[in-house]
Design a protein around this ligand. Structure first.
Ligand code: C2E
Ligand code: CA
Ligand code: CA
Length: 728
């Protein structure tokens, strides 16, 4: 203390004051201040090493003075690395380096310098450089710092907490809209210079509103908290998660551009979020849709990326739930298209509404796909499937319009019509044949559903045992009591219940215990891959059939297209099959015509082996060889290869780059070349775009493309471009 005081006085007066009564008095005052914990003093030498620190400070830090004295000051103290406003130790080092005056700089002792029982605390640090100006012959050299520090722990922590509240969502603890927006803005501007990529993932929960409406807001809040926990679990440290409000979430993924990996991450998120939740005494099941956009490929400004991810999310939601989508330029019109689809569907419904007189052709129809007994090819029933023929657009798939109908509530009318029409048609079939009707979860959840079924049965006179309702696991969402009541009411009517798409959703065995199903339908996706050797699908099919047998339920295996698939599923115990191998869905007139004999048998007929699909496409692409670019036609495309037409003279083994558009460049080698048609194999397989399409994992950044466009080619082309026409 004496030393400090001496140098202190030295700074202030320029003279070494001899110890006097006055000095002793000052010393006593300083010592009181130090002991009273109101503050403490510190000093460094010219090299910035701590040369003095108040004993009271050491006490608070739980550290011995020897452990601190002699250490570089800026290694001992730090500004807040967590506090977004202040950058970590930079300013302190900077101030020290430039010998600047320190005024209330907020620091703490680096936490691992604390001894047992000590606390780093937060301190407002002030200090003066000691410059030897006053000494005779002095050169103005810097002799170190002298300073004081004041404890501001309480205020500082309150301030941090307040700003945390302003930055984080109090319900889930995730970043709020404000923070995530700012973080993304910062990330993009920092990445722009270095051309680093970043992905924005937007999430929207499916059916969250339903939970909120039926179980109440506290349950909705609890659900959001659990969703947040699951997101933290999957995303880990690769990204920052934010909740924008309601059931909307965003995830920022710096340095991510690999669409293969991003697709896997999205799939993981979808799988985990779709697992059932336990809230109070209810089982709650929701889904999630994911849209992704990647900077700089889909845009370089935050607004652009957000808009792109939003369009992708929109497409994911409406492409059938529980999907992810990457942004692509053709999504731009999808929103508008959907609005038109809603209107068109309303019009279509009017064409079959018996309450209005209309002269228009009916746009909606039911078709019936046979369910065949494998042992003797006997048809035991039909599944009713809806068809929509739009006057100008042609056939629109139910996979497209059913979700639209669900969102708009049109499904109630549409479903009631389908049920009535199917039951009426079934009345014209032999009495041994059943009709299976698909029931949307939205329809099922409506309190009037059992009454609608009862009314249809009564007005048509169909034996209830001939009517099978196909439900999916999503009927178990939300209010357990209402679901139970609906099941009871339907069973009381005597209709049969089938669980559709089994194995794809949440597949909780407790559903099977809780609900009185007569049948499980094994989803087509298992059949699709059951002939591939490295898949578990065949085993899963066997397990589902075994499970159904044990519980006394029937099974139907869906989507069998080839003999090899039939052989596998039969070996696994399948007794009922529905699939193109036996028959596509048929219209009522065809069914009746085939039904002229009492017993309808359909032998299997189709390809011997199932071949994973090579999508047929006709698309103009660029083919780059050396520094020349050719135009060609992409004829077919799979994950591993493609067929291309329009180039003559391409040697086998040649290495080409395909320009598939929008920065998608793929390196390929030529594996087949006949006249104007070549086959190529991808060096890196393509990955799913989330919507049944294929995309390259990576894209060339717009910067690289711009640079490439500036390079003109001067060499002569080696291949000949020829015009090819579409084949039928
Ligand atoms: P789903 O209930 O799983 O119906 C089976 C789908 O698989 C039908 O598609 C059928 O045509 C198709 N399919 C049958 N055999 C094969 C095969 O061997 N290979 C392949 N690749 N596909 C096969 P569809 O008619 O396009 O219907 C799609 C979905 O739309 C249905 O899936 C169902 O969820 C929904 N849907 C159709 N009609 C109705 C309806 O009247 N009401 C409701 N709520 N949903 C319906
Ligand atoms: Ca079905
Ligand atoms: Ca199905």
């Amino acid at each position: 203390m004496k030393n400090l005081l001496k140098s202190w006085q030295g700074t202030r007066t320029g003279h070494d004051v001899p110890e006097s009564d006055d000095a002793a008095h000052r010393l006593a005052v300083f010592e009181d201040i130090e002991r009273g914990h109101a503050g403490w003093f510190w000093a460094t030498d010219a090299a910035g090493r701590l040369s003095y620190i108040s004993p009271a400070a050491c006490e608070r830090f739980g550290a011995a003075a020897e452990a601190l004295i002699g250490q570089p000051f800026t290694a001992l103290f730090e500004t807040d690395p967590e506090n977004p406003g202040e950058r970590s130790d930079r300013p302190l080092q900077f101030l020290f380096g430039s010998h600047a005056r320190l005024a209330d700089v907020t620091v703490r002792l680096v936490p691992d310098r604390c001894g047992p029982g000590g606390r780093p605390g937060w301190w407002a640090l002030s200090g003066q450089p000691k410059i030897g100006v006053a000494k005779p012959g002095s050169d103005g050299a810097f002799h170190g710092y002298r300073g004081s520090a004041r404890d501001i722990t309480v205020e500082y922590e309150r301030r941090i907490e307040d700003s945390r509240l302003a930055e984080f969502d109090s319900l889930t603890g995730l970043a709020n809209r404000h923070r995530i927006t700012r973080r993304f803005e910062q990330m993009l501007s920092a990445f722009r210079g270095t051309m680093r990529p970043a992905t924005l993932m937007m999430l929207d929960l499916d059916r969250f509103k339903h939970v909120n409406d039926t179980l109440g807001h506290p349950a909705g809040d609890e659900l959001l908290r659990q969703v947040a926990q699951r997101l933290i679990k999957v995303v880990g440290t690769v990204g920052e998660i934010g909740r924008l409000g309601g059931d909307e979430f965003q995830i920022l993924l710096p340095d991510q551009e690999d669409r293969g990996k991003l697709g896997e991450l999205a799939d993981k998120i979808i799988a985990l979020i779709s697992q059932p939740y336990r809230i109070d005494d209810n089982h709650v099941v929701i889904g999630v849709s994911v849209g992704m956009a990647i900077a700089p490929f889909d845009g370089t400004e935050r607004e652009e990326i957000v808009r792109a991810a939003d369009l992708a999310l929109y497409a994911a939601k409406h492409g059938g739930r529980g999907q992810f989508r990457f942004y692509s330029t053709d999504l731009k019109d999808e929103k508008e298209e959907r609005r038109q689809l809603e209107d068109a569907l309303r019009d279509a419904l009017a064409t079959v509404d018996s309450a209005v007189d209309n002269w228009e052709e009916p746009q909606l129809a039911m078709v019936y796909q046979p369910v065949v007994r494998t042992e003797d090819h006997l048809v035991v029933g039909f599944e009713a499937l809806m068809r929509w023929e739009h006057p100008s657009r042609g056939a629109i798939s139910p996979a497209v319009f059913i979700p639209v109908a669900e969102d708009t509530g049109l499904i109630l009318q549409l479903g009631a019509w389908a049920l009535r029409q199917s039951v009426r048609d079934a009345m014209a079939w032999p009495k041994t044949l059943r009709v299976a009707v698909n029931v949307s979860a939205v329809q099922f959840a409506h309190p009037s559903f059992p009454a609608t079924v009862a009314e249809v049965l009564e007005s048509t006179g169909l034996d209830p045992d001939r009517l099978e309702l196909e439900l999916t696991e999503s009927v178990f969402m939300g209010d357990g009591e209402a679901t139970d009541a609906a099941f009871k009411a339907l069973k009381a009517l005597g209709v049969r219940l089938a669980l559709d798409d089994f194995g794809t959703g949440y597949s909780s065995l407790s559903y099977l215990r809780a609900a009185p199903f007569d049948k499980l339908k094994v989803d087509r996706s298992f059949v699709e891959s059951c002939t591939l050797t490295d898949q578990n699908s065949a085993k899963i099919i066997a397990a589902i059939i075994g499970l159904a047998d044990a519980l006394g339920m029937e099974t139907t295996v869906e989507g069998v297209e080839a003999f090899d698939q039939r052989d596998v599923v039969c070996a696994k115990g399948a007794r009922l099959i529905q699939g193109y191998l036996y028959s596509p869905p048929l219209d009522q007139a065809t069914v009746l015509e085939r039904m002229r004999s009492e017993e309808l048998r359909i032998p299997p007929d189709g390809p011997r082996r199932h071949r994973p699909e090579r999508r047929l496409v006709y698309r103009r692409i660029g083919v780059i060889h050396e520094d020349h670019r050719y135009e060609a036609l992409l004829r077919n495309l799979s994950a591993t290869g493609a067929g291309i037409e329009g180039l003559v003279g391409v040697p086998l083994g040649a290495s080409l780059v395909l320009d598939l558009g929008a920065g998608q460049l793929a390196v390929v080698s030529v594996s087949r070349s006949e006249e104007a048609s070549i086959g190529v194999e991808f060096e890196t397989p393509l990955v799913s775009d989330g919507a049944g399409g294929l995309v390259t994992r990576y894209r060339a950044s717009p910067y690289a493309l711009a640079a490439a466009a500036r390079m003109a080619s001067s060499s002569t082309p080696q291949f000949m471009e020829v015009e090819v026409r579409k084949r039928a």
